[in-house]
Design a protein around this ligand. Structure first.
Ligand code: UDP
Length: 149
């Protein structure tokens, strides 16, 4: 089953949106298989945002993402990478559709509440950066027989 890495960023944590984010993914039918609440160490920020390290916005991004704790998660379900990106909305909240997490809760391109992997390949890379394999819990949700045909 497909997995993705989701992270409620410091603004989402401070604004009390952890529960809201979890509820949206739970109700869609997705299954949380790992989580951790922590302030990201610098080394992991560099690894996670390796593609952005040289970009002009990186110093601001690093300061923001280390400004407080994040809620890190791995979620599982059919087509979760594409569906979760749709649920999260566009990077710039000005273009994020209402009904998406960013479209409902964010205004700025930097402080946009949540991170979600943008491809299956990225998801596998990000899960490996933030979690050890033994931290991923395998179990069956009782409603799976009414979610999957
Ligand atoms: N970001 C920023 N300024 C920009 C572009 C991105 O501060 O001009 C931040 C923003 O928090 C974004 C993150 O860097 O979520 C990663 O950017 P990416 O393009 O990967 O967007 P995402 O996958 O989060 O939608």
């Amino acid at each position: 089953m497909e997995r993705t890495f989701l992270m409620v960023k410091p603004d989402g944590v401070q604004r009390g949106l952890i529960g809201e984010v979890i509820t949206r993914f739970e109700r869609r039918g997705f299954k949380m298989v790992a989580s951790r609440f922590e302030r990201l160490p610098d080394a992991r920020v560099m690894e996670h945002y390796a593609e952005h390290v040289q970009k002009p916005f990186f110093p601001g991004l690093k300061a923001y993402i280390t400004s407080g704790p994040c809620f890190m998660m791995v979620w599982e379900g059919k087509d979760i990478v594409k569906i979760s990106r749709d649920m999260i909305g566009a990077t710039n909240p000005a273009g994020a559709a209402p009904g998406t997490i960013r479209g409902d809760f964010a205004l700025e391109i930097g402080m946009n509440v949540i991170h979600g992997s943008d491809s299956v390949e990225t998801a596998n890379r990000e899960i490996a950066i933030h979690f050890k394999p033994e931290e991923l819990v395998s179990y069956t949700r009782i409603d799976e027989q009414y979610l999957y045909e």
